[in-house]
Design a protein around this ligand. Sequence first.
Ligand SMILES: Cc1ncc(COP(=O)(O)O)c(C=O)c1O
Length: 514
Amino acid sequence: MAAPRRRTSAELQMNGGLMPPSAHVIPSSRGGGGGGAPSREDHPVTTNGGGPAHRAAKPRGGGSSVCSATKVSGRRRPAGRMPLWRVFIFASVALNVAALPLLLHQYIVNQPHHPGVVSPDQQRHACAPQPGTSGAAARAPSTGKPSVTSDSVINLDHGDPTMFEAFWRETGDAAELVIPGWQTMSYFSDVGNVCWFMEPLFDQQVRRLHRTVGNAAVDGYHVLVGTGSTQLFMAALYALSPADADQPTSVVSTAPYYSSYPAVTDFLRSGLFRWAGDANSFVGDSYIELVCSPNNPDGAIRDAVLSSGAGKAVHDLAYYWPQYTPITRRADHDIMLFTVSKSTGHAGTRIGWALVKDREVARRMTKFVELNTIGVSKDSQLRAAKVLGAVSDGYDVGGGGASRHRLFDFGRRKMVERWRMLREAAAASGAFSLPAETSGQCNFANETAANNPAFAWLRCDREDVEDCAGFLRGHKILTRSGNQFGADPRYVRVSMLDRDDAYDIFISRLASLK
Ligand SMILES: Cc1ncc(COP(=O)(O)O)c(C=O)c1O
């Protein structure tokens, strides 16, 4: 959201509360006035600096504030020429007053998070940690993980997509949004839609982006919105599990599978479904197969491995975007899940979407979200719509809107560079190996492109290391162990989406490990 508009120095002067102080409130160098920054109040300051405070008399006759300083002192000015020391004081005060608007302006410009004028004291006070907050951080929006130095612990356990911040910092107001206080107040958004809490603009921008990229079919599909695609994954399990079955439906995925699948599936010990492990070793007819492609954690391009009349598949296409993989076909599965977390990097907005062919499945998924969270934040939906729209605008050549801000170009450049660095570091170390690079024809970029997964599936090749995550932790690199993905703990998953500073430290540390 846009920051409150800064006041110009002219407005500051006009505004009673922030008016530059008249001479009688400028503390003299000999004390009085309490020292420090100009006060916002019409402080009673005496010229001798020592007496009891009393409100200064309002000068009659509309004299300038500088002249009023002498009037309120109540002393008579001797007739004749002004003494030299008075001329100096007069000149000094006049200079200060003249310079004040400039100083105020500079101050405001240099303090973008403090739209009003505050004294250093006020600032110190406001920045002091408040109960339950961390001071200055409590007023500024959070930025996620703290910045790092060369001896920091580097946390690449989560796929926190902060790499994309650098892109969005450059886009000006293209993805900015202001939501007035009266908007987005109702629970309802589009009562005629299966997904009644979905903002029409979000629906529209989702479809537009898929048409722009060509990674998924949207015609004939219902779009559903969720609080992250994680909520829609749960909604799909609910919608696809028959309510009258004797047994909970088995949920499977080919190992190594995304570590959240078993955790989320079994979290509430549902009677409707339960985690049943690796799809390759599943025996039976009734199941829900989770197909993640490109796969988290190893980046593999996947298809369903099971097929039976009673079985269902959910395609998690969180990483099927041009920065990670060539777009080789327009996916058209029954249920496809996407998220802004990985497509644009806005994980904190907590918005995901599902493309669902069948109306009854869409209705049941919507019911899950309704009973789970009574809809999805409209503020977040509008923000996501704005962000997705900005991405499409970057490629909208026909509409004349094509800009230099092209997210997928940025993302691909970054990922290519990072994978090159990682492969070089692994080779320099000699202690690690990585999946071989694959490539394909990208219909979006219209060229051959390599697969550049959002995670590195790194193997420790040293004979004496059986727990790769533990080994790396000993070198202050946090990763996620292979055993959390149903795989060998000699593997770890490493996020490739962190900020440059953390990634660079990781690379130089990895290269030095023998
Ligand atoms: C494969 C996959 N699906 C879904 C998610 C979660 O997405 P969201 O942040 O939208 O809940 C992730 C996040 O890492 C993921 O890797």
